[in-house]
Design a protein around this ligand. Structure first.
Ligand code: ADP
Length: 448
């Protein structure tokens, strides 16, 4: 097992990892920018190192400084959390060259899955169902038209290097194709420095369903069921649940085993998520995230498995603690992402939290690094906490969520808590009846 883990992140996820490491008896090192000197992850860690000024590129993305912090403190492993360097293959390689373990998958797996065209090819080869579309990048307009006619309109043009929903354009008929291609290419070139785009069938009313997997890197992999993350605003997840209200046990086992077998074949190591769009009973792969995800606690709630423990175990060579037959799904869990944002305009609302009171009681978990008097810096992501509620079934979970939301107090700044207080009373949500466009439509209606 590791002696000391350096956590290359901040906020709630740095705390999440720190807690897991402490439970395993491992020393922890926090790194922080000058803006985060008073942060909770710094206070709770055994040691801390300041790695630079507030902008992420000078601190949390500064590989040089992070490696130096490992050497100064004698950390033998790094957990990257999510975001920042978590899907940076070069970072994994550099750590390796310094004999420091990256708690995550192999660098070549990060690389393959970071390129959407390669990821889709790999998924297909491993027997994972993909969205019908071009086999690789499309360069010629005529070729794009031929493929679109073959798969049928509408189609979507997507950037191979894409992320955060950028570089995607829908074409509803042949007349739209030229413009859609040109816009997607120029957006992708500007945002990612790579203008390769590919084409696939545009699904009109899908749900976003993702499967959680953990692999031991040695040919064994276990799936931990799915999460439904269809409630999104601007392709950002807002509310996540496990299991999906749209799947039955047979669907769950079918897609779960497909993914587990594929990841076993790949000899994938650590935690990963395979994201699908789901429409009319069919799954279509869109991408794989080779890291821990923000919404992982809903899976932990219904399986009782600590995903960070599993990541640390696998990276240290101790293997997985569970086999597929041990994985049971108990009840239902929902996560609300609480952002420091205006609940109507979604404008960021940094500043001092004058009072912070979290809900409690059976089945309630709050992952947050905020405390009364904490000053939210303006430099980073606006996520300030996650409320995760577990119940013996979805109805109980929703009742408990409504109760927990009523107890949550965050004074001094604006947060998205009022949005969740509305959503928990929505009939469609109570019925589990929503697709990936539902929230945008709901917000547009509320606006008029
Ligand atoms: P990114 O990495 O930029 O987030 P994804 O491939 O994960 O891109 O897609 C983000 C979102 O875009 C999906 O959750 C979905 O809402 C939409 N999307 C992507 N591909 C399709 C498709 N083929 N049909 C319909 N919507 C899509």
């Amino acid at each position: 097992m590791f002696h000391k883990i350096l956590i290359a992140n901040r906020g709630e996820i740095a705390l999440r990892v720190l807690r897991a490491a402490k439970e395993l008896g491992i020393q922890t090192v926090a790194v922080h920018s000058t803006a985060d000197a008073e942060a909770m992850h710094v206070r709770l860690a055994d040691e801390s190192v300041c790695i630079g000024p507030p902008p992420s590129r000078d601190s949390y993305l500064n590989i040089h400084q992070i490696v130096a912090a490992c050497e100064i403190t004698g950390a033998d492993a790094v957990h990257p959390g999510y975001g920042f360097l978590s899907e940076n293959a070069k970072f994994a390689d550099i750590l390796d060259a310094h004999n420091i373990t990256f708690i995550g998958p192999r660098a070549d797996h990060i690389r393959v899955m970071g390129d959407k065209i390669e990821a889709k090819r790999t998924a297909k080869r491993l027997g994972i169902p993909v969205v019908p579309g071009s086999d690789g990048a499309v360069t010629e307009d005529a070729e794009a038209k031929r493929i679109a006619a073959e798969i049928g309109y509408p189609v979507i043009i997507k950037a191979s290097a894409g992320g955060g929903g950028r570089g995607m354009k829908v074409a509803r008929n042949e007349d739209d194709i030229d413009v859609a291609l040109a816009t997607a290419r120029s957006e992708a070139g500007a945002a990612f420095g790579d203008d390769a785009v590919y084409i696939e069938k545009y699904l009109e009313k899908p749900r976003h369903i993702e499967v959680q997997v953990v692999g031991d890197g040695d040919g064994r992999a276990v799936h931990l069921g799915e999460r439904d993350c269809s409630l999104q605003r601007r392709h950002q997840k807002v509310w996540e649940e496990a299991n999906s209200p749209a799947l039955n046990a047979a669907d769950r086992s079918r897609i779960g085993m497909t993914v587990a077998n594929a990841m076993a074949d790949l000899k994938y190591a650590g935690a990963g998520t395979i994201e699908f769009l789901y429409e009319n009973g069919e799954f279509y792969f869109i991408e794989m995230n080779t890291r821990l995800q923000v919404e992982h606690p809903v899976t932990e709630a219904i399986t009782g498995i600590d995903l960070v423990h599993e990541q640390i175990r696998v990276a240290s060579g101790a293997g997985l603690s569970v086999e597929q037959k041990d994985v049971q799904f108990n009840g239902h869990a929902i996560e609300c992402r609480i952002n420091a944002e205006d609940p109507k305009t979604f404008a960021p609302s940094p500043g001092t939290v004058s009072h912070f009171h979290t809900p409690g009681g059976l089945g309630v978990r709050v992952d947050s690094a905020v405390f009364s008097g904490y000053k939210i810096p303006p430099y980073y992501d606006s996520l300030i906490g996650k409320l995760i509620v577990h119940g013996s079934n979805r109805v109980e979970c929703m009742m408990r969520l409504r109760r927990a939301l009523g107890e949550f107090v965050v004074d001094g700044i604006k947060t998205t808590l009022p949005l969740f207080q509305d959503l928990v009373n929505s009939r469609d949500i109570a019925n589990g009846d929503y697709d990936i466009h539902w929230l945008e439509k709901y917000l547009a209606k509320a606006d008029t």
